[in-house]
Design a protein around this ligand. Structure first.
Ligand SMILES: Cc1cc2nc3c(=O)[nH]c(=O)nc-3n(C[C@H](O)[C@H](O)[C@H](O)COP(=O)(O)OP(=O)(O)OC[C@H]3O[C@@H](n4cnc5c(N)ncnc54)[C@H](O)[C@@H]3O)c2cc1C
Length: 586
């Protein structure tokens, strides 16, 4: 139980899964599945996690990367949801993942002095109050026009009536999922990526596990489990269909697109949130860049790689340009990415579970203690749904990245409800993630580590900021091979050692796993990481035993993927960009 994910451990893990039986088999390695595997393993259960592609390859690497209460849910009157999310935000920032989740300031520009300031101000008073007394992030503040422009000179000054400043938090979503999965492995979970559930095993009505295909070798094997837990996000319906199960809800896909622009394109020292005609637009600081988004449109195409369109790009640019003095243009955009929200459609009549919610009370609606048939699916909160359509099978969908820990607790509570033995309650609120324990001491030791390992202080600071206390494991790789101390590409802080570490500790099996989800050049560099692919493949090859042909194939595959990803930026605009004349957000 080391928390190491690598190719050797993967072979052993497949043997272990096939030998079974497990208490809990989790299907899906996004944030929900990784969280569920951690929750179950930390209760002392025998747990397996299978993921079709790579950890976070689905929605969980394509979010706005905010850990937030969700200001707009306040407007919808969903105080419980906001309170829950704010408590989770604070727990992650202060105790469970301070190395991964950081407070970030947002400016909310005001354009209607008389009505808007009291309205937004009251909302933020509630937002702050819901958080509780002990707070790791600062309170909101009122700003004058001058104060707003000092923090965000990029704002168009005409008709600006002032601003509010408030705080939320942000995260590298894909890295977070990898860390949760590694923490689950540290507590005994068996984690296997590139392994798909192709059908569910049945004994009469009861689900007794899953038939799994190893996507690397093509072999299939059966995994027996007392409870099978489906955390497949937008893939929930195909998993149910393959298992011959009629679930209590359907998942609808809503596409959200983000643009990434260089920091120099927007002169601002805080993030920004503005209203749009449809929802809100975030401008979020991301190291030397800004992430700008998002959209919300129904999607019925390929689940694996949702495509951004030229219209998506123009919509986001148009909305941003309503408030920016220097308009953004397509030439400013470094990268574009799209993700699919797994939205739970109206649940059909289904059996439901009586899962206990985080606050110790039962589910909100349709609650019944018998897991009985024919009643509506229990809706545990506005956002996520847990369903137990047949014995031995539990599923969860919806929700937010921010509340993954509560979702994991709810779905594992439901999974173990009918276990023959008593299972301890969730302990994840007390369980810091890998890299969190001892963080202040490692942060304070940065200079000594730089001296000891003979690397620049900036490199140590970069590693500690990204990996927390396990940064020393990467420094150990550098000590063994000095060439790993070099930068991977010139204009980015990533070290070659991070590629090696992705393979030796973080379960990366392909170039795409590294560039899309471990070092994030896919969304951070102007060429989507294409020019870094040969170097990444060269570092990975000896660690994974690739020959020259395999190495070339990996590079080709990544470069084709990167080109497809950037296609929306090359496509000529179909709609003219919205004129940047409307100053007052709807
Ligand atoms: C544009 C956008 C912005 C967002 N922004 C935020 C935000 O700022 N903050 C926030 O809190 N939330 C945000 N969200 C919501 C959040 O990202 C999602 O709720 C969350 O990532 C969903 O995680 P998941 O694990 O349920 O699904 P996924 O991450 O999609 O994971 C499901 C996994 O199951 C795997 N899988 C599928 N079928 C099988 C099979 N047969 N066998 C094995 N594995 C399988 C898939 O490969 C996939 O990796 C955003 C969502 C979107 C789309």
């Amino acid at each position: 139980m080391s928390g190491v994910l690598d190719a050797r451990q993967r072979d052993e893990a497949i043997r272990k899964l096939a030998a079974g039986p497990l208490d809990v088999l989790v299907i899906g390695g996004g944030i929900t599945g990784a969280g569920a595997a951690l929750d179950a393993a930390a209760r002392g259960l025998r747990v397996g996690l299978i993921e079709s592609r790579d950890l976070a390859a689905g929605t969980s690497s394509r979010s706005s990367k905010l850990i937030h209460g969700g200001l707009r849910y306040l407007e919808q009157g969903d105080f419980k949801l906001v309170k829950e999310a704010l408590r989770e935000r604070d727990l992650l920032v202060s105790r469970l993942a301070p190395h991964l989740v950081r407070p970030v300031p947002f400016l909310y520009p005001l354009y209607r002095k008389v009505v808007e300031r009291p309205y937004v101000g009251a909302g933020l008073v509630i937002y702050d109050a819901l958080e509780g007394i002990k707070r790791p992030v600062p309170h909101h503040r009122h700003l004058t026009v001058k104060g707003a422009l000092r923090r965000v000179p990029a704002l168009r000054p005409e008709r600006l009536a002032g601003a509010m400043l408030y705080y939320d938090a942000q995260v590298d979503d894909a890295r977070y999922v990898v860390t949760v999965a590694r923490t689950a492995a540290l507590h005994g979970a068996t984690v296997v990526t590139r392994a798909s559930a192709v059908s569910l095993l049945r004994d009469g009505e009861r689900v007794t596990g899953a038939r799994v295909r190893d996507e690397e070798s093509g072999r299939t094997f059966d995994v027996a489990a007392t409870a099978t837990v489906v955390c497949a996000g937008v893939w929930s319906d195909p998993v149910f269909a393959a298992g011959g199960v009629r679930a209590g809800y359907q998942v609808r896909m809503s596409k959200g697109v983000h643009l990434v622009v260089p920091r120099s394109a927007i002169d601002a020292e805080t993030g920004m949130i503005t209203r749009t005609s449809k929802s809100v637009l975030f401008i979020i600081p991301w190291d030397d860049r800004w992430i700008v988004g998002t959209t919300d449109t129904e999607w019925t195409g390929d689940r694996a790689e949702p495509a951004a369109t030229a219209e998506d790009v123009d919509y986001i640019l148009g909305e941003a340009n309503r408030v920016l003095a220097r308009p953004l243009s397509r030439s400013d955009v470094l990268a574009v990415y799209a993700g699919l929200r797994p939205l739970v459609a109206e649940p059909a009549a289904a059996k439901h579970v009586d899962a206990k919610h985080a606050d110790g009370k039962g589910g909100a609606e349709g609650k019944g203690g018998d897991g009985g048939a024919g009643k509506p699916t229990t809706k545990l909160s506005r956002e996520h749904v847990v369903d137990a359509p047949v014995p031995g099978l539990v599923s969860i969908a919806g929700g937010k990245f921010t509340t993954y820990r509560l979702m994991a607790k709810d779905v594992i509570d439901a999974a173990v409800e009918h276990f023959p033995r008593t299972v301890p309650p969730s302990v994840t609120s007390e369980l810091p993630l890998l890299g969190a324990d001892g963080l202040p001491a490692v942060r304070a030791s940065a200079q000594r580590l730089a001296d000891d390992y003979r690397v620049p202080l900036a490199a140590v600071e970069h590693l500690v900021a990204k990996y927390g206390t396990v940064a020393t494991e990467i420094l150990d790789l550098i000590r063994a091979d000095k060439s790993l101390a070099q930068l991977l590409v010139a204009d980015s802080p990533y070290l070659r050692a991070e590629v090696a570490y992705a393979v030796t500790h973080e379960g990366a099996l392909h170039v795409t796993d590294v560039l899309a989800r471990r070092v994030r050049l896919l969304i951070e560099s102007g060429d989507s990481g294409a020019s870094a692919a040969p170097e990444v493949a060269a570092i990975m090859a000896p660690l994974l035993g690739w020959n020259r042909r395999r190495r070339a194939a990996e590079v080709r595959e990544y470069q084709a993927f990167a080109a497809a990803n950037a296609a929306a930026l090359r496509t000529p605009a179909v709609l003219a960009a919205s004129p940047a004349t409307e100053l007052v957000p709807a």
